[in-house]
Design a protein around this ligand. Sequence first.
Ligand SMILES: [Zn+2]
Length: 83
Amino acid sequence: MYRLFLIIGLLVLLFVLLKSIYRSSKQVGRPAPPPLDGDQMVQDPVCGVFVPRKTAIVQQVGGISNCFCSQECAAKFEEQRTS
Ligand SMILES: [Zn+2]
C-alpha cells in the first residue's frame, strides 16, 4: 500500500516535470520579440563583422555614426577616411 502511494506520487511529479518541459520548449519555439536598440546588430564597415550595438565602438562622422568591432578597426577607418 505504501509503495502504491510512492509510485503515484512519482508519476504525478514526472507528469508535472514533463508539462513544464513541454511548456518551456514551446516558449523557445515562439518568435523572439524585436531586438531593443542595444541588442541591434551593426556591421563594421572595415572588416564586415556584425557586432551588438551596445558593445560596438561608435564614431560620429559628419552626423553619421559608424560602428566598429574594435578600436583597431575604428582607427583603420579613420586612416582610410583622412588619407
Ligand atoms: Zn572590425
